[in-house]
Ligand binder design. Structure first.
Ligand code: KG4
Ligand code: ZN
Length: 372
C-alpha cells in the first residue's frame, strides 16, 4: 500500500511517500519521495522555537512540500491508501497544522488517517533509511529504549512488541533542552546541542586522558561522580543529578543552573572546557541509569534515538555499557532529528497492529503531552 506521512510536531515540516508491505515483524518500506523543511533559520535568532511562528511556517510549507513530494514520487493523489500524521507529543499549534492538513486530504482523497506518537516514531527510526528500501527487523527482547530529544528524556521498556512501559523519565528539563540552554549561555544559536557537542569533542581530544580511570568502565566511573570520570582534570566539576537514586529518573535543571552560576562567578574560563564538563555530566547521568536498567530488566536490545542520539560522546558511552551482550541500535545520523520517515514507519506498524482500523479523521486531536 502507498502511505503519505506528515510530521509537524516542532520546527521541521516533513512529508514522505512510501510503498509499504508485510506484517508487524517483517514490514518493508520503499521510499518513493521524502522532503524535510527546517525552520531553524527562523527560530535561531530567538534562542528557541516559537509555537506561533512554527505554526505559520508549517501552514506555508505543507502544500509546497506535498506538491513536491507527489511530483518526485511519480504518484497521483488518488494512489495514496493511508495518511499517517503526528498527533503528539509536541507543540500543539504546530501539531494541529499537520492534523488539519491530513484531515483535509483525507476528505478530498477518501483515505483513512492513522495518528502517530512522535516518540514511538523516534524509537522506530532505527529501522529507517533516508532513501531507498528498508525492513523492520525482529528485535530480541526485552528491548530498552533511551529516547533523548529537545522535549523528552525517557527510558522505555518493551517486553511485547509495540507495547511500552516508561520506567524512567526526566522530572524537569529534557537533556536536549539542557544542551540548548547551556549553548545559549555560551552564545551559540538555537539549537545548540551540536555546537556543545563539537566544542566538547575538540576539548576532549586535546586533554590527556587518565588511563586508569578510563579503564574502570562507565558504570564504575559514574558511580563516583567527579571530573575524574573522564580523566580530564579541569579544576571544576558540575553535578550529576539523581545519579544515586534507586529509580530510573533523570533531572537536568540543576545541572543547567550550576553551569549558569559557574559562568557568573568565573569569568574567562575557556567555553570548550565548560562544554566538555557539561557534556560529561549530562551523558554520565544517561549512561549510569541506562546501565542500571539494562541490568535490572535483563535487557537484550538497547535502542538510543531522538535528536541527542547524534551526540558522539553518548554513542561511545552507550557502546561501553552494552558491550557484547546487549545489541545496540541507533538511527542513522539523518534520522536522529525530527522527520516524517519515522512517522510513516510507526504509522504503518500501528495500522497493521490495529487490524487496519483507524479513528474517524475528524476525531484526531493534537495532544501536546501525549505519552507512550
Ligand atoms: O528529536 P529532535 O530533533 O526534536 C525534538 O523532538 O525535540 O531533538 C532536538 C534536540 C535539540 O535539543 C538539539 O540541541 C539536540 O537534539 N541535539 C544534540 C545534538 N544534535 C542535536 N544534542 C547533543 N549533541 C548533539 N550532537
Ligand atoms: Zn523529536
Amino acid at each position: 500500500m502507498r502511505i503519505l506521512s506528515i510530521e509537524t510536531s516542532c520546527d521541521d515540516t516533513g512529508i514522505t511517500i512510501f510503498e509499504a508491505k508485510g506484517g508487524i515483524q517483517n514490514a518493508s518500506f520503499k521510499i518513493l519521495a521524502n522532503n524535510l523543511s527546517s525552520q531553524v533559520d527562523i527560530h535561531n535568532k530567538y534562542g528557541g522555537v516559537y509555537p506561533m511562528l512554527a505554526k505559520r511556517e508549517h501552514i506555508k510549507n505543507l502544500p509546497i512540500l506535498l506538491e513536491k513530494t507527489l511530483k518526485e514520487s511519480g504518484q497521483k493523489p488518488g494512489s495514496i491508501d493511508l495518511i499517517c500524521v503526528t498527533s503528539g507529543p509536541g507543540l500543539e499549534p504546530a501539531l494541529w497544522t499537520g492534523i488539519t492538513f491530513a484531515q483535509e486530504l483525507s476528505k478530498k482523497w477518501g483515505v483513512p488517517v492513522q495518528p502517530v506518537n512522535h516518540m514511538e516514531g523516534h524509537m522506530l527510526s532505527i529501522f529507517g533509511k533516508n532513501k531507498g528500501s528498508f525492513k523492520v527487523a525482529k528485535l530480541k527482547g526485552p528491548v530498552l529504549s533511551l529516547l533523548v530529544s529537545g522535549g523528552h528524556t525517557e527510558l522505555v521498556l518493551t517486553e511485547k512488541w509495540l507495547d511500552y512501559e516508561i520506567i524512567g523519565e526526566t522530572l524537569d528539563d529534557a537533556v536536549g533542552e539542557a544542551f540548548d540552554k547551556v549553548a545559549r549561555m555560551l552564545g551559540f544559536p538555537y539549537p545548540g546541542g551540536p555546537y556543545i557537542s563539537k566544542l566538547a569533542e575538540e576539548a576532549r581530544k586535546k586533554s590527556s586522558p587518565d588511563t586508569f580511570i578510563q579503564s574502570l568502565g562507565p558504570s564504575l566511573r559514574s558511580a563516583t561522580p567527579s571530573q575524574k570520570h573522564t580523566g580530564v582534570d579541569l579544576g571544576f566539576t558540575f553535578p550529576r543529578p539523581m545519579l544515586k537514586t534507586k529509580d530510573f529518573n533523570f533531572s537536568f535543571s540543576g545541572l543547567k543552573t550550576s553551569v549558569l552560576y559557574f559562568l557568573q562567578k568565573n569569568k574567562g574560563v575557556d567555553p570548550a572546557q565548560i562544554a566538555l564538563e557539561f557534556e560529561n555530566a549530562a551523558i554520565d547521568c544517561l549512561t549510569y541509569k541506562t546501565a542500571k536498567a539494562i541490568e535490572r530488566y535483563k535487557v537484550k536490545t538497547l535502542v538510543v534515538a531522538g535528536g541527542v542520539a547524534a551526540n558522539s560522546h553518548l554513542r561511545r558511552e552507550m557502546k561501553k555499557v552494552t558491550g557484547k551482550k546487549v545489541k545496540l541500535l541507533f538511527p542513522t545520523m539523518e534520522l536522529t532529528r525530527d522527520n516524517s520517515i519515522m512517522i510513516g514507519i510507526a504509522g504503518y506498524l500501528n495500522y497493521i497492529k490495529n487490524k487496519k482500523k483507524t479513528p474517524k479523521p475528524e476525531s484526531i486531536k493534537a495532544t501536546g503531552k501525549l505519552r507512550l
